[in-house]
Each structure stands twice: as structure tokens, then as C-alpha cells.
Design a protein around this ligand. Structure first.
Ligand code: HEM
Length: 487
């Protein structure tokens, strides 16, 4: 596996192993003494067994990884009854009506945080890191949608810095190359300070917001609610014993703070990394760019100043962007950001799949999205970037359980609707203005494909292999050039 660039995402290795040894359905990887033995599910039907048909518990390693980053009450680290209670509290914040109401806010953030930077880089022609802008933009959007517009510019800058420290430390835990212990200790220290600062800020923020809701100053008419407002107001009807509508109990405050961190972090790298990969894929596929522009003109009019006004009145028009949606889906197929890890269902030691019994005891059970997405029997010509496979006329050919970048079942990503709308709006507001090119790829292009599961490195070089981070991301900071489209 030395053909891959440093710190290639672990899912790439699973896929390569599956292709090399022609492994189908379920296989095992014994990683002793470096980690738990892994049971890799590489067929949609097998993945469904532990996610939708049954909801297998999280593997202990997930909680061990996430708890020091987010706190003990974050939904991503919770299981069983506690997970159900947190799910009840959080899910209403992701109601489709709430998400669609956020469309103008998202558009405003794109105009403020991304468009001016791209215009400036188009003028100079210099190479820049798209990852940096994607992170700033996605954080700006998340902060507005989750917390609202009461966060000052200075507070937002501190929050973003803290999130970056948390991600930076989390990344050291996932790297496949050795990390200098002093560097790791330094990052741990910064992460610790960052989480303390975030906790203090959120404690003040949530306490104020709770008081405003209790005084009836926010949310009476149900409009302009932030996700935090929905969480605070919604806990009333749930099994959350810590909640008391008349007073903010410390245990409930803890739950809210840990989950705000979870939402800020959960939507941060994942959406920003996907955005980077969408721009990368568009840089290599000019015909797809032409199709996107045509769709944007058809649905939102050829006056490219109008989408923001239209989004304010009719955010549901976003759902008419079927080709744009297909482009995002196809990008997420080729570059899914991660996977969940499960353990055996209590009281069971076997998983029955295709009439065979597979031992589950002491296994880390991994439904591997990346491998499923590169299976030629599921997605014909898997390394061809072909958004059309997700259009209505052909989508019927994609089995419904095969595309799973947000995972499926009860624990599927609650932020998927928000992420898809963010990405659709960002594309709508940038693609007709700019052309994107990847910088530095020429020297990395392979002469013959380095792997069995992909040949995308022939065109994209190392970018074909996602880099391990908090989520699997585009490597090297996504260095790009941009030029303005002549109208
Ligand atoms: C392109 C963007 C995104 C991708 C690809 C993505 C993907 C995922 C995946 C694969 C999971 C794990 C599911 C499992 O363990 O089975 C997950 C969980 C989660 N995601 Fe996302 N996500 C994205 C954006 C977001 C956003 C925008 C938010 C919130 C603002 C969010 C919040 C969460 C939370 C809270 C969980 C934990 C759910 C639970 O454990 O019940 N995600 N996401």
C-alpha cells in the first residue's frame, strides 16, 4: 500500500484491499496489536443490517475519541436511552421548514465571506487555499444557523480558532504516520484551552438565550428561530429529566453546550471538505460546469444578481436544482467524508448475511461507504464522474441503499438537509461567476494508475486519495486558482 500518499484516509485502504483480493459482502481485518479487529461491510445489504434493519450500538472507540473533544453528552458519542433522549431534543432543529428558512442567511454569508475573496483572487490570479475559505464560510453559516446573529465578529473569530484547535488535535489521533509526542502534547494543550474557552462562551450565550425565551422575547411566533432556540424550546416534551422550562438546570446546560459543540464540529469539516471536492471535480469537468450554469439560468433566471432575492421569497426553488444536487451527490459518492463504527448488538455474537453467520464478538463493525461507492457492480464505471447517474431517468438504477455518505437509519446524519442546501446555494452563487483550476496537480499525475480501485490519479494526481483528518479531506489545503467568467 506504499503507492498511496502520506496519511491517506483509512477507507481508501479498505477499498483497495477489497479490490485487490476480490472481497465481497463482509471481510475481516485483524489489526492486532495496533487496534481492534475490524469487520468491514462492503455491500449495501450488509451495511443495512447494522444501520437500518437494526441499529447496532456505537463502538466504544467512537465515544473514546469524541468525548474528550465534545463532552460526555454529545449525541455523536451517546448510545441507548441517552442517545434517544438527545435525538428527541436535537432532531426538531433540523426540520425541513427550519432549514429552508435558513436559505437567505446562507446566501448572505456566501456574499460576505466567499464571493469577495474569489473576486480578489481572480484579479491577482494567485494560488490560494480553498480549504481556508471553505472552512470560514461553513463556520460562518453554521454559527448563524445554530446560534444566530448575536455572536459578535470577535466572538466568532475566537470560536473558529477554537474549532480549528479541536480539529487539529483530533487529526493527530487519526494519522497513520507517527506524530512527534511533543507536537501531540502541544496540540492537546491547545485543544484543552480551546474547549474551555468554547464552554465558557457557550455557557454565557445559552444562559442569556434561555432567559430571553423564558421572558417571551424570542420565538413566540415561531419565526426566526435559531437551532439553539428550537433545542431550548423543544426539550419540554421529551424524556430529558434535566430540563425545566422555568430554570436552566446545570445538567441541561451541559447537554446543550456539548451538543452545540457537536453541531458546530459535525457540520464543519464535513461540509467544507465536500465543498472543496465539488470545486475540484468541477475544475476537471468543464462540461458539468456548463450544465450547472444552464440549470441555474433556467431555474433562477439569467440575471445573476437575482438568486438572493428569489431565495428569500421561495427557498423551495432550491429543490428544482436537480442537476446541481446530482453533482453534489456524485462528489459525495467519490469522496465520502467518513463512516460510523458499530459493535455487536447486545446478546448477539453473529450477524447473518446471505445465509452465512459472521462472528461479531469484539469486532469493530464498519459499514464502509467508500468501498460500496467504488463497487462496479453497484455503480458501473465507478471512477467516472457522472452526475447523470443520480438524475431521475437513471437514478432508478442506483439501489436506494447504495448511496450512503450521510449513513442511513436512525443514526443517519441529522444535518444532511442543511449540508445539501448549503452546497446548492454556494454553487448557485459562485459557478456562474468563476472558473476553478487546481494548482500543483501536474507534477503529481500518475503515468499508470497507482491503485486497483481508482484511476483518477491519472488526471488528479494525489487529490484522488483523500487525506486523513477529522473527516477524510482533500489534501494539501486544496490549492486553487480562480478566474472570473466573462459575461
Ligand atoms: C456534507 C456534509 C456532511 C456529511 C457528509 C456528514 C456525514 C455524517 C455521517 C457519515 C455521520 C455518521 C452516521 C453514523 O454514525 O452512522 C454523521 C453524523 C452526524 N452529523 Fe453529519 N455530515 C455532514 C454535515 C453535518 C451538518 C451540517 C451537521 C450539523 C449542523 C451534522 C451533524 C451531525 C451529527 C450531530 C451527527 C451524529 C448523529 C447521531 O449520532 O445520531 N452533520 N454525519
Amino acid at each position: 500500500m506504499s503507492q498511496f500518499p502520506p496519511n491517506t484516509a483509512i477507507s481508501t485502504y479498505y477499498t483497495e484491499i477489497a479490490h485487490k483480493y476480490d472481497l465481497k459482502g463482509i471481510f475481516y481485518l485483524d489489526l492486532w496489536p495496533f487496534g481492534p479487529s475490524q469487520m468491514i461491510l462492503v455491500d449495501p445489504d450488509a451495511a443495512e443490517l447494522v444501520t437500518t434493519i437494526d441499529n447496532y450500538p456505537l463502538h466504544d472507540e467512537v465515544a473514546r475519541y469524541l468525548t474528550p473533544l465534545l463532552g460526555e453528552d454529545a449525541i455523536g458519542a451517546a448510545d441507548g436511552e441517552k442517545w434517544k433522549m438527545l435525538h428527541q431534543i436535537l432532531v426538531p432543529a433540523f426540520r425541513p421548514s427550519n432549514i429552508k428558512a435558513a436559505a437567505p442567511i446562507i446566501a448572505e454569508q456566501v456574499s460576505k465571506l466567499l464571493s469577495p475573496a474569489l473576486t480578489a483572487h481572480a484579479q491577482t490570479g494567485e494560488v490560494f487555499s480553498m480549504e481556508k475559505y471553505a472552512a470560514q464560510l461553513v463556520f460562518g453559516i453554521s454559527s448563524m444557523v445554530i446560534l444566530g446573529d448575536n455572536v459578535s465578529k470577535e466572538e466568532a473569530t475566537h470560536l473558529l480558532k477554537s474549532l480549528n484547535h479541536i480539529v487539529d488535535y483530533a487529526t493527530t489521533l487519526t494519522l497513520t504516520t507517527a506524530v512527534n509526542p511533543l507536537t501531540k502534547a502541544n496540540k492537546w494543550w491547545k485543544k484543552r484551552a480551546a474547549t474551555q474557552q468554547m464552554d465558557l462562551f457557550l455557557q454565557r450565550f445559552v444562559t442569556n438565550r434561555f432567559a430571553q425565551i423564558a421572558e417571551g422575547k424570542i420565538g413566540r411566533d415561531g419565526t426566526n428561530l435559531t437551532m439553539l432556540d428550537t433545542i431550548l424550546s423543544n426539550a419540554r416534551g421529551t424524556q430529558c429529566e434535566a430540563h425545566d422550562p422555568t430554570a436552566l438546570k446545570p445538567a441541561f446546560l451541559r447537554i446543550v453546550i456539548d451538543n452545540l459543540k457537536g453541531l458546530l464540529l459535525g457540520g464543519f469539516g464535513t461540509t467544507a471538505d465536500t465543498l472543496c471536492y465539488v470545486f475540484i471535480m468541477l475544475a476537471f469537468h468543464p462540461t458539468v460546469v456548463t450544465n450547472l450554469r444552464e440549470e441555474h439560468n433556467n431555474v433562477f433566471g439569467s440575471d445573476i444578481g437575482s438568486p438572493k432575492t428569489i431565495l428569500q421569497k421561495s427557498p423551495h426553488k432550491l429543490d428544482e436544482l436537480v442537476y446541481t444536487t446530482a453533482v453534489i451527490k456524485e462528489t459525495l459518492r467519490l469522496f465520502p467524508v467518513g463512516f460510523g463504527a458499530r459493535r455487536a448488538k447486545p446478546g448477539t455474537t453473529l450477524l447473518t448475511y446471505n445465509n452465512m453467520h459472521y462472528p461479531t464478538r469484539d469486532q469493530m463493525i464498519i459499514p464502509c461507504t467508500h468501498t460500496i461507492h467504488y463497487d462496479p457492480e453497484v455503480f458501473p464505471h465507478p471512477t467516472t464522474f457522472d452526475p447523470a447517474r443520480f438524475l431521475d431517468s437513471t437514478a432508478a438504477k442506483v439501489p436506494k441503499d447504495a448511496w450512503r455518505p450521510f449513513e442511513r437509519g436512525a443514526r443517519a446524519c441529522p444535518g444532511r438537509g442543511l449540508a445539501m442546501d448549503e452546497l446548492r446555494i454556494i454553487l448557485l452563487l459562485t459557478i456562474r461567476h468563476f472558473d476553478f483550476q487546481c494548482a500543483g496537480v501536474d507534477s503529481e499525475r500518475s503515468i499508470t494508475a497507482r491503485a486497483r480501485h481508482t484511476d483518477m490519479d491519472l488526471a488528479m494526481g494525489d487529490l484522488a486519495f483523500q487525506e486523513m483528518g477529522f473527516s477524510a479531506k482533500a489534501r494539501g489545503g486544496t490549492m486553487m486558482r480562480v478566474s472570473a467568467v466573462r459575461l
